[in-house]
Design a protein around this ligand. Structure first.
Ligand code: G3P
Length: 226
């Protein structure tokens, strides 16, 4: 499972990249709005930092296919070929996906709340489909079960489209889909950090240091304990 950062805060992205093995960055208009900055300014800064080969996902705003296609053309020209154009999975979006996939654009079908949206997005040529796990949970449905059903639909029908699961609020949601083998998950920085945050681990590691220092002296490591 690929792991992407779902954020547009460049400082937070840099911090996650320093420590965690991640594959790229996803954004949406609401995430960009939180930055309070010009969207292209932010996205160009993210692209410059993550490099040409990393995945950068950014969303169109138009609600009609023609507008979506024009936005996609500009976004790829500014942000580079490895930019995945996030397109809402509505009828106009499916039309845009068919046009853009035929022209070789990379597409992430987004705003997916139901497995049938994901099925139609795959048929329209999307590379990724992004089910909103936590938002589905908040509807009283089961986001994990929906994502698993989408994975089954893709595998059982021979689609190449991958799941890019989104809208996570806790580690267990990410873990469930990782175990199920979905293609990718995009996760906010605080939830990524929580994947490994564990007081038992911190305590165990500190115990090793304390025991070693009892043996060799305070501040000593394997570098200078001879
Ligand atoms: O882009 C989709 C995803 O990031 C939505 O997440 O936290 O707004 O439900 P959230």
């Amino acid at each position: 499972m690929k792991l992407l950062i779902d954020d547009a805060n460049v400082a937070k992205i840099k911090k996650i990249y320093e420590f965690y093995p991640v594959d790229g960055v996803t954004t949406n208009p609401s995430i960009l709005a939180k930055s309070g900055r010009n969207p292209y300014e932010v996205l160009k800064e993210i692209r410059e930092f993550i490099g040409e080969e990393a995945e950068l996902h950014a969303q169109v705003i138009s609600l009609d296919a023609d507008g979506m296609v024009k936005e996609a053309e500009k976004m790829v020209s500014v942000l580079g070929k490895n930019t995945f154009i996030k397109i809402p999975t509505i009828p106009e979006g499916l039309k845009a996906m068919k046009i853009l996939s035929a022209r070789g654009f990379k597409i992430t079908a987004t705003a997916i709340y139901t497995p049938m949206q994901a099925y139609l997005a795959a048929k329209a040529g999307a590379d990724y489909a992004a089910p909103y796990v936590n938002r589905i949970d908040n509807l009283g449905a089961d986001g994990i079960a929906s994502a698993k059903m989408i994975q089954n639909i893709y595998e059982n029908n021979g689609f190449k489209t991958q799941i890019l699961a989104a809208s996570f609020k806790n580690s267990n949601q990410v873990q469930e889909l990782c175990a199920y083998g979905v293609g990718a998950s995009t996760v906010a920085p605080d939830v990524i950090e929580n994947l490994i945050k564990n007081a038992c681990v911190t305590s165990a590691v500190q115990d090793f240091v304390t025991d070693f220092e009892k043996l060799c002296g305070a501040g000593k490591t394997m570098l200078d304990c001879e």
